[in-house]
Design a protein around this ligand. Structure first.
Ligand SMILES: [Zn+2]
Length: 142
């Protein structure tokens, strides 16, 4: 088994609060959400960089993120949802999908509270809250 965290999640070897899954991609909740509902969409195949994803796979990730974004807007009443790749933390391409409560939710101020060079991971939410959030987001795909 690979030591890639996201390959292990994609293979079902590690648990995740899954939102959507098919043969090619997987969407699940980020363990350190910027905002409740913060999701990750990954290709199941191991690719380090998003720019190296085959076009059809990149489209699948984006389409999934679009479905999540529409659900997040309805569920959380937010005006916008951010979708971005950073390549930080886990070297397996993953798109962040974040319901933005504030326009600075995904800009540097949220990450650099402890100074440049230090990326603060937002705190984890209680497991039961994560379960409820996942259940509320899954209708995005029905
Ligand atoms: Zn991987």
């Amino acid at each position: 088994m690979t030591d890639c965290l996201f390959c292990r999640i994609a293979a079902g070897a590690l648990p995740a609060h899954k939102l959507y899954e098919d043969d090619h991609i997987l969407a699940f909740l980020d363990l350190h959400p910027i905002r409740p509902g913060h999701a990750l969409v990954i290709p199941k195949a191991h690719h380090v960089w998003f720019e190296d994803l085959p076009p059809d796979l990149a489209t699948r990730v984006t389409t999934c993120a679009q479905q999540l974004a529409r659900r997040m807007k309805a569920l959380y009443g937010v005006p916008r949802v951010a979708m971005f790749y950073t390549g930080i933390h886990v070297p397996h391409a993953h798109a962040h999908v974040v319901p933005m409560q504030d326009q600075h939710d995904v800009t540097s101020a949220a990450y650099l509270a402890e100074g440049p060079g230090v990326f603060s991971a937002p705190p984890q939410l209680p497991a039961e809250e994560m379960v409820a959030i996942a259940a509320a987001l899954r209708p995005a795909f029905s």
